[in-house]
Write a protein that binds this ligand. Structure first.
Ligand code: PAF
Length: 282
């Protein structure tokens, strides 16, 4: 990987990296398109990273289909697939971790306390292997994207982080490799995530600024779905992931949901910009 990237850099080419865990869907392919906008050479990494899964999570069941992934990526015209094996990444005696300490504590961090340390560690390793100029992450994992931006800033990686929008199914469900776990009924029930987000967005656009009122309304709607079990519904400022009591004009927020549908844990979010009362009146 170093030899490939060094040669491309010597040729003056800009390298874009799309880190993935494979089992690719249109969401991942949209990240490839975004990487192509910014770079001359696109590298996609595929690595189901064991350190970001807790022992009780779905590492061993996580869906994998290497042949299909390779076919999709060659049809997309990516320049290289970086496909390391677990023992090449975490060889014998491995003991180095990267930990972003604050914005990892809440939201996903409350439910998956070891997750982000695994993510920032593998992403640092991938950055060092691929040596990209750009790296593209999906807004679907909004907290992950903000954590990585923080890490890049703090550790002075010379890499631009690009966040690409969420890709949804026609009925609104955010694309995710984990959607494959849903039964037919659960697939329908899962629409409560996107519909409650849209409802919350409408409340904010109509002038609601009280975070509790919005969260209570969303919670009420989700509670009507018998297979749904909420981990959290929160509204956070997009860079710090700080939770304010009231939304402030001019600021951007993510409305976040993490919710189990049956046994499948899904996350989704909606970015909203709060416009001022004055602009609302126009
Ligand atoms: O978003 C993902 O698929 C993973 O967390 C990532 C960034 C590839 C790291 O393993």
């Amino acid at each position: 990987m170093h030899a490939f990237s060094s040669e491309k850099r010597r040729e003056g080419k800009k390298i874009g990296l799309v880190p993935t865990m494979g089992f690719l869907h249109e969401g991942h392919l949209s990240l490839v398109d975004k990487a192509k906008e910014f770079s001359d050479v696109v590298v996609v990494s595929i690595f189901v990273n064991p350190t970001q899964f807790a022992p009780n999570e779905d590492f061993s069941q996580y869906p994998r289909d290497e042949e299909r992934d390779k076919k999709l990526l060659s049809e997309k015209g990516v320049d290289a697939i970086f496909f390391p094996q677990a023992d090449e990444i975490y060889g014998p005696g491995y003991q180095t971790y990267v930990d972003v300490t604050e914005i990892t504590k809440k939201q996903e961090g409350e439910f998956r306390p070891t997750h982000f340390k695994g993510v920032t560690t593998i992403v640092s390793i991938l950055f060092n292997c691929v040596m990209p100029d750009f790296a593209v992450f999906g807004q679907k994992d909004a907290q992950q994207a903000s954590v990585i931006k923080r890490m890049v800033k703090d550790l002075k990686f010379n890499i631009n982080i690009i966040i690409a929008p969420i890709v949804r199914e026609a009925d609104g469900l955010a694309k995710s490799s984990r959607n494959i776990y849903l039964s037919e009924k659960e697939r329908k029930d899962a629409l409560i995530l996107s519909s409650s987000l849209r409802y919350a967005e409408q409340m904010i656009l109509a002038g609601e600024r009280n975070v509790n009122a919005i969260i209570m309304e969303m919670t009420k709607q989700i509670a009507k779905v018998d297979t749904a079990h909420i981990d959290y519904v929160r509204i956070v400022e997009i860079d710090s992931f700080h939770e304010d009591k009231n939304l402030a004009s001019g600021k951007e927020y993510y409305i976040l949901i993490a919710c189990k549908i049956g046994n499948t844990r899904l996350i989704d979010n909606q970015l909203v910009k709060v416009i001022s009362e004055k602009d609302l009146a126009i």
